[in-house]
Ligand binder design. Structure first.
Ligand code: AKG
Ligand code: FE2
Length: 286
């Protein structure tokens, strides 16, 4: 990892917003040149998967575990402008636990937002964590970084919807998981933006009435003791990865025990942060 990453650590304002709202956006997190390299690769995976799964070109589709499908996706694993904010929130005991690529094709010709609505599906992430953990609010445990590869700076473009502050509420703050709720906002961002969000935040994808498919890459980071939420097909990368990438890709040098009681070699990110004077995550009160 490059010490120049330290120029992009979590700012007090980002920390405050994450604690208070459950999300924040970083515009120009990835340059247009990378967006342009990523898009055809996403489109290729999307084409292959639709064919394999027998899905039509108009269906919304979520491709799990894309990380192993092209080396380019490793670049974002510890990306200079975003990864320091991940350790700034969760600390050093982290891993990538899930990747998924959401493709939201344009709604079929003739359908309109006014007539057919947003087709929302509000939820918190990570399934049974929201049942098995008994506190109110439940613990954070993980977050996602969402890289937007298309323009959702206007509503009706398959925007990511959130209810700011709802990460601190176990119950859905509304009567209908498929309808707009009080306080909900569309996250409106240009391509190249990274949106960070707490897994507990009540959020939803939405229908796309724009001319172009919406493409977003989601990188989920969690504490190392959580099981991955997809197959994490990364074996073929490991011999080329540096120790920090290996940590992030789920390697534990000391076996199963090292996921809850890590030895220094299991968590090289910790030593790197200590060496660079950045070890303690800072949490700024809202
Ligand atoms: O497609 C979207 O905007 C929502 C994706 C989502 O629910 C998630 O990443 O957890
Ligand atoms: Fe989600």
């Amino acid at each position: 990892m490059d010490p120049r990453h330290l120029a992009h650590t979590l700012t007090p304002e980002e920390s405050r917003r994450f604690e208070r709202d459950g999300f924040f956006a970083v515009e120009e997190a990835i340059p247009d040149s990378l967006v342009q390299r990523l898009r055809p690769i996403c489109d290729r995976i999307d084409r292959e998967e639709r064919e394999r799964q027998g899905k039509g070109p108009e269906e919304r589709i979520n491709h799990f575990d894309f990380i192993g499908r092209d080396e380019i996706f490793l670049e974002l694993l510890d990306w200079g402008k975003t990864f320091p904010k991940v350790w700034g929130i969760l600390g050093w005991h982290i891993q990538l636990y899930h990747t998924h690529m959401m493709i939201t094709p344009p709604e079929p010709e003739g359908r309109t937002l006014a007539e057919h609505g947003l087709e929302l599906g509000w939820h918190q992430d990570t399934g049974l964590l929201n049942q098995d953990l008994e506190t109110e609010p439940r613990p954070r445990v993980s977050l996602k970084v969402a890289y937007f590869l298309t323009d959702t700076s206007e509503e009706g473009r398959g925007n990511f919807y959130v209810v700011p502050g709802s990460h601190l509420r176990n119950e859905f703050p509304g009567p209908d998981r498929n309808a707009r709720v009080d306080g909900a906002v569309a996250v409106r961002v240009p391509p190249g933006t990274a949106v960070f969000f707490d897994r507990r935040l009540w959020h939803s994808g939405s229908a796309n009435y724009w001319r172009e498919a919406r493409r977003v890459l989601f990188y989920g980071y969690s504490y190392r003791w959580l099981r991955p939420r997809d197959d994490m097909t990364v074996e073929h990368y490991l011999d080329r990865c540096d120790p920090i990438r290996k940590q992030l890709l789920g390697v534990s040098c000391s076996g199963g025990h090292g996921y809850t009681s890590p030895k220094p070699e299991d968590v090289p990110l910790r030593a790197w942060l200590e060496e660079h004077g950045a070890a303690a995550p800072m949490r700024f009160e809202p």
